[in-house]
Design a protein around this ligand. Structure first.
Ligand code: NAD
Length: 425
């Protein structure tokens, strides 16, 4: 349950996001008018809508869609189903999307949305009715050239297919032309090959680039992963393919450890059948505190935001934190990591493989094309590596930390577009 106390304790995510971007505004001396425009989202939509539950009762759900900026292209960003979803969290996540797309030079803006409820507490039929009613209530606030949702925490390909189908059903003409109103769909319903793995693979490209730059051997290195959903499980499987050993993992129900290594494929099967990593055979249950103390080389936070505070930053033994989740690290914790010589690949770069392949899915739908998995993988690798190299160079050139460098690169693109286009009227 979200309470004011927990929100206060965890910190306000929107203020944290604003603080991060503020650093880049100052460091790169970005125009004050651009600063003013980007400080707040363009549109903030809150919808309270009723849904009939399986037992016949009605329940009112609270849904959000925050559209931060669409200067460079349609609003773009995930849909989250979580009991603690709230306006400031959505605003922060929408802000990060604007900069993620702009940093990669992808013609999308930034948005985020979701519904405040626990999806684990509902049947598949209820989830379908909640999703369809929410999509209908969003109406023309989403659209294939206006605002394009995707999966995030608590949502998946099935959720996206329900959203697409609902939107298509209320569209009068050329229904197939609106398929790209969402990305992250199943392949049969118009999704892209390799979208499912894309965020995890993007993290792996960042980690292997970092390893090359730091003369670090991936073979035999030890990794720990917090969150074993879409992002965490694919990232773990792909890293283990490169010879890494997954020594600890955890999720909302608990944490497990095996210094000899966990099989990420079997663990993913266990999660698929039980909903959690806990009680996985061949591992020892540990506490959250013990998880952060496990001896490892690379830590991948891939659960929720604000999981790495000062205590966790002091406890971590790794050389690298590769941020799979959005906003997992408190600013103060990041300072501690830097002081301790632990590198951080920031979320805005590290987990951006998802939006890259979402863009490819959108393009395939627009052109009625289907690209082979190999082509998608090649394009993803090329874009991730190019952007990684650009961020490294930008950070060196202007003497910035990598997070500020990512925002700086993105802000310069946005500033140029505002300068060229001006403000209407
Ligand atoms: P998911 O719902 O598939 O998985 C979330 C995981 O986090 C689950 O294993 C869940 O048990 C765990 N978790 C939830 N609350 C937790 C808690 N309090 N402590 C520990 N673990 C907890 O979601 P996902 O799509 O894998 O997203 C994970 C993170 O990655 C989020 O921050 C999301 O915004 C970010 N992200 C996702 C994508 C994507 O393509 N799915 C892209 C970019 C960023």
């Amino acid at each position: 349950m979200s309470t004011d106390a927990t929100l206060k304790e965890r910190g306000n995510l929107f203020e944290i996001a604003q603080g991060q971007v503020e650093k880049a505004f100052q460091a790169r001396n970005i125009d004050a008018d651009v600063h003013e425009i980007l400080r707040q989202p363009k549109n903030e939509l809150i919808i309270n809508f009723p849904v009939r539950l399986d037992d016949g009762r009605f329940h009112i759900f609270k849904g959000y869609r925050i559209q931060h900026n669409n200067l460079l292209g349609p609003f773009k960003g995930g849909i989250r189903y979580h009991q603690e979803a709230n306006l400031d969290e959505m605003k922060a996540l929408a802000v990060w999307m604007t900069y993620k797309s702009a940093m990669h030079d992808i013609p999308f803006g930034g948005a985020k949305g979701g519904i405040k409820f626990d999806p684990h507490a509902h049947s598949a039929d209820e989830l379908q009715r909640i999703t369809r009613r929410f999509t209908h209530a969003l109406g023309n606030n989403i659209g294939p050239e206006w605002d394009i949702p995707a999966p995030d925490v608590g949502t998946n390909e099935q959720t996206m297919v329900w959203m697409m189908d609902t939107y298509m059903n209320v569209t009068l003409n050329e229904k197939n032309a609106v398929r790209r109103v969402v990305t992250g769909k199943s392949i049969t319903s118009g999704g892209s090959h390799f979208r499912r793995e894309a965020t995890g693979q993007g993290i792996v490209h960042c980690i292997t680039d970092w390893a090359r730059d730091n003369k670090f051997r991936m073979d035999g290195c030890r990794i720990t992963v917090q969150g074993f959903g879409n992002v965490g499980s694919h990232c773990a499987r792909l890293l283990c393919k490169l010879g890494a050993s997954l020594v600890a993992a955890g999720d909302y129900r608990g944490y497990i450890h095996n210094p000899e290594g966990l099989n990420p494929h079997r663990l993913a099967e266990h999660v698929a059948s039980t909903g959690s990593v806990v009680e996985y055979q061949g591992a020892q249950a540990i506490t959250r505190d013990e998880f952060f103390q496990v001896e490892c080389d690379i830590f991948v936070p891939a659960a929720l935001e604000l999981e790495v505070g000062e205590k966790e930053a002091k406890a971590l033994t790794c050389k690298l934190v590769a941020e799979g989740a959005n906003g997992p690290t408190y600013p103060e914790a990041e300072r501690i990591l830097h002081e301790r010589g632990i590198h951080v690949i920031p979320d805005v770069l590290c987990n951006s493989g998802g939006v890259v392949v979402s863009y490819y899915e959108w393009l395939q739908n627009k052109r009625s094309e289907r690209w082979d998995s190999e082509i998608v993988q090649q394009k993803l690798e090329q874009r991730m590596r190019n952007t990684y190299a650009q961020v490294r160079q930008y950070a060196q050139h202007y003497d910035l930390d990598w997070r500020t460098a990512c925002y700086g690169m993105a802000l310069e693109r946005l500033q140029t577009a505002y300068a060229e286009r001006g403000i209407f009227p």
